[in-house]
Design a protein around this ligand. Sequence first.
Ligand SMILES: Cc1ncc(C[n+]2csc(CCOP(=O)(O)OP(=O)(O)O)c2C)c(N)n1
Length: 196
Amino acid sequence: MERARCIEMMYPELEEPLVVTIMGAAAQELYNLGHRENFFYLQHAMGLASSVGLGLALHRPAERVIVFDGDGSVMMNLGTFATLARYRPKNLIHIVFDNGSLLSTGGFDSQTTSGITDIAAIARGAGVQEVVSVSDPVAFGEAFVAAMERDDLSVIVAKVSAVGPEVYGMDLQLRENAFRFRRHIQGLDRGVGATP
Ligand SMILES: Cc1ncc(C[n+]2csc(CCOP(=O)(O)OP(=O)(O)O)c2C)c(N)n1
């Protein structure tokens, strides 16, 4: 299963949710489908996409918040699962694309390579109730639909191959993205929807 395919499957459903991604390949693959003002690509701050997502979800309970994470990134912030479980925002979906690799910085092995570390087990052990691990596109699609329909925190660990985009580059700098993302959220209060 390829992460780009999973993101492509979700893309039609990503018009309204607030979407936070890690940097690198996952961000690029979403951006390549077409940027939307409700997308925030968290550059540099490896591991903290789920923390940003948690803050957004708690602060904006009426919005669905979706986080695209990576195995290498989530390893930098394993405490996130305990914090997510404790606050249990019903509107947050945390998707960890586990490719067993630090792909965006050269493809070094991560702790999940060859199944050494089980991220779904860590999430369950931390107290998250709704955790699934999937490795084929149909199961991924079903898990995503179920999470979108569920009124509870969901963690989806998606086992994907370690492949990414051939070319990297976004015409959107971090600060510009952050300002526009914030304005988008402010616009929701005025009833202004997502601007594609
Ligand atoms: C604190 C910190 N250390 C290192 C980096 C460099 N870095 C950026 S992306 C990345 C790999 C991310 O791996 P993963 O989350 O598994 O996603 P993938 O690239 O495999 O899609 C690394 C090491 C960083 N941005 N921040």
